[in-house]
Design a protein around this ligand. Structure first.
Ligand SMILES: *[C@@H]1O[C@H](CO)[C@@H](O)[C@H](O)[C@H]1NC(C)=O
Length: 275
């Protein structure tokens, strides 16, 4: 009996190891090659860098109505994301004292492969009702005002029960009918204003945004209609994009790692909007 149990445990162990098989990108070799995928593509060059729009129709939609009831999520892919400088005293994350780090800086949160997104909710009108802006593990809802033609902050949410949810800008403005969104340097968190946005207090980690290279995302949208389109196989990948976490400080769970993992793919259980 004991033997059988031992064999069973061994088998389970091997099976689990096979299931946990992950592909790891060796970053160091690619970093010295400026044409490697780590450096991404210039969104100004042709052909335009695509974004992926996943459209979910609500069951209440009847196509005889003037405009359907649906939400759409626009996904942007970032091949490599350089981390942020964080202040440490020895091995412990430390606050800045009068804006100075009394210890040393370490770059945390480098990661391969990142998906950031914004979503729009439409309820039977040709204009959207709400916008959701995703920033790392948090995000904000904005309500569209037809008269002023801006989205106004409504509420914020955090996905992993993150203790420190950032302060979000009050408005998302439009230019030529398109929301103007800034992707932060390195992390690619999405914000609606240029500037510095604090999203972790200790160690202090900032997202810096500004007027960089414009990405006219509407020039190349790949649409996928859930339940109607055939989805590419990579979209059904249920694991985490990117390498596993390595060189972590404190606990892996808090995500303070020199190299951190990528997010899950596009078809997630937690949605920004529900019908
Ligand atoms: C650099 O990356 C490109 C694109 O992946 C590849 O074709 C090329 O062989 C690489 N060069 C070197 C020196 O590794």
């Amino acid at each position: 009996m004991k033997k059988i149990l031992r064999f069973f445990l061994f088998f389970t162990f091997v099976y689990k190891k096979i299931l946990e098989f992950v592909m790891v990108t060796k970053i160091d070799g690619l970093k010295v090659n400026f044409s490697s995928f780590l450096y991404g593509k210039n969104p100004k060059k042709q052909p335009p860098v695509p974004i992926y729009a996943v459209v979910t129709y609500c069951p209440t939609t009847t196509f005889s109505e003037t405009f359907p009831n649906f939400y759409v999520t626009y996904w942007m892919f970032y091949p490599f994301n350089e981390g942020k400088d964080a202040c440490f005293l020895g091995k412990v994350p430390a606050p800045l004292i009068f804006s100075k780090c009394l210890g040393h800086y370490r770059k945390l949160g480098n990661h391969i492969g990142d998906w950031e997104h914004i979503s729009l909710l439409f309820s039977n009108h040709i204009y959207p009702d709400k916008l959701f802006l995703s920033v790392h593990d948090a995000g904000a809802f904005y309500i569209y005002n037809r008269n002023t033609n801006v989205f106004k902050f409504e509420s914020k949410m955090s996905r992993k029960g993150v203790a420190q949810v950032p302060a979000f800008p009050e408005f998302v403005r439009l230019q030529g009918g398109h929301p103007v969104i800034f992707a932060a340097e390195g992390s690619h968190g999405l914000w609606s204003t240029p500037g510095e946005h604090e999203f972790i207090r200790v160690p202090k980690i900032l997202d810096k945004t500004g007027y960089g290279t414009p990405w006219k995302t509407w020039a190349s949208i790949k649409f996928y209609h859930i339940g109607l389109s055939e989805l590419p196989s990579w979209m059904n990948f249920k694991g985490k994009w990117g390498n596993p976490k390595t060189k972590c400080v404190l606990l892996k769970k808090f995500g303070l790692c020199e190299y951190t993992e990528g997010p899950r793919g596009l078809l997630r259980e937690n949605k920004d909007f529900y019908c």
